[in-house]
Ligand binder design. Structure first.
Ligand code: ST9
Ligand code: ZN
Ligand code: ZN
Length: 330
């Protein structure tokens, strides 16, 4: 079942919104504080770890030709599963509540999310809600006005701007606290990451088809992890900087098909910031959007329901009112 709910926004513009109270709608009443910005405090531990991970991923690339075909297939499977843990899980389900998921699906998505090792679901969704609510300001964790590198990975290498934490602490997060799967994953996060992000990708090829542990560790393990991280970060960097703005030309997020491809459906970012509660994060359903196909399949099997979708009429009216005239009909 697909539902749409209409409400009138503060500024009188008509929007479609979740009937619950997910705080993912842009708040234009927030003003950055005057005066000099706080100095950037580097977190050397993260700088070193990220550098080591990327060096190890390059070594994984060197080893790639020596990986067997089943290992390459397994790498792709690990990529898709961990990506779904972020896109269908932390993002569309837990950050935006754009559909409902039954317990077994939530367990799968939480496990897949640990395989992605992108902070636990609670922390990810909290940061993501402040990103939408205070987009491109000091209170946005990966504020793209600070440049490509900061939005991409730099934000994970420095202390957060105090406004991110101040505004984040005021967010309504009771739905996440009430979800036992989210809280269980948070409690056992470290051990679940060690097992699912590193040990499982390494040992499956070794145990089932005799792949070397070195290839298992560096290819489906670290190379897959680093590529998946960069595909995610491109949504924050590239899709906030490059692409068309068919739905709202007054905001930075863009439609970027290359990002949509690598991020399994999450590059239609102008649409997504305009209608954050749409379960497809795109006007065009499953097109370049494996995540939407996955959620539709879960609905078919009765594991997901109540997908929220913006109606064609409302999209057309929005394109007319605030779009940049670049929209193509799919
Ligand atoms: C990673 C995450 O990669 C990637 C997320 C990307 C998001 C993408 C979104 C785009 C759309 C979706 C597309 C998906 C596409 C997927 C495609 C897949 C192919 N509110 O954090 P601390 C509190 S992670 C409220 O230490 P610092 C906090 O609770 C990679 N409170 O801040 C704590 O309070 P208390 C692996 C907040 O010191 C206190 O503040 N991880 C908030 O500034 C301090 O928290 C890493 O690399 C908030 N928003 O440090 C690094 N935030 O003490 C992990 C914080 O009371 N992170 N608080 O408990 C860190 O090391 C640190 O967070 C830091 C900042 C160094 C970055
Ligand atoms: Zn964004
Ligand atoms: Zn979002």
């Amino acid at each position: 079942m697909t539902e749409t709910v209409t409400r009138t926004h503060r500024d009188g513009k008509q929007q479609i919104a979740d009937s619950s109270t997910v705080e993912d709608v842009f708040d234009d009443t927030y003003k950055e504080k005057d005066g000099p910005k706080p100095p950037t405090a580097l977190v050397w531990r993260n700088i070193v770890l990220m550098s080591v991970l990327h060096a190890a991923a390059l070594y994984g690339l060197v080893l790639l030709p020596s990986a067997s075909v089943p290992t390459l297939a397994w790498t792709a499977v690990c990529y898709i599963i961990s990506a779904l843990g972020v896109t269908a899980g932390a993002h569309r389900l837990w950050s935006h509540r754009s559909y409902k998921a039954a317990f077994p699906l939530r367990v799968f998505l939480a496990l897949a999310n640990s395989m992605a090792f992108q902070n636990d679901i609670y922390e990810w969704a909290r940061d993501h809600r402040v990103h939408h609510k205070y987009s491109e300001t000091d209170a946005d964790p990966h504020n793209a006005t600070r440049g490509f590198f900061f939005a991409h990975v730099g934000w994970l290498m420095v202390r957060k701007h105090p406004d991110v934490i101040e505004k984040g602490k005021k967010l309504e997060l009771s739905d996440l606290k009430a979800d036992k799967v989210v809280m269980f994953q948070r409690k056992h996060y470290k051990v679940s990451v060690v097992i699912l992000c590193f040990l499982l990708p390494t040992f499956v090829p070794w145990y089932f088809w005799g792949e070397s542990l070195t290839v298992g560790y560096f290819v489906p393990g670290l190379l897959r992890y680093a590529v998946m991280l960069n595909a995610t970060w491109l949504v924050n960097s590239a899709a906030h900087l490059w692409g068309n703005r068919p739905y709202d030309k007054t905001i930075n997020p863009r439609e970027n098909r290359l990002v949509a491809l690598s991020a399994i459906g999450e590059g239609f970012h102008n649409y997504h910031h305009t209608f954050p509660f749409d379960y497809a994060t795109s006007e065009f359903g499953c097109k370049l959007n494996i995540t939407t196909a996955f959620i539709d399949t879960m609905c078919f099997f009765g594991l997901a329901k109540d997908t929220k979708k913006v109606s064609k009429e409302i999209i057309a009216a929005r394109i007319q009112r605030t779009g940049d005239s670049s929209n193509k009909s799919g």
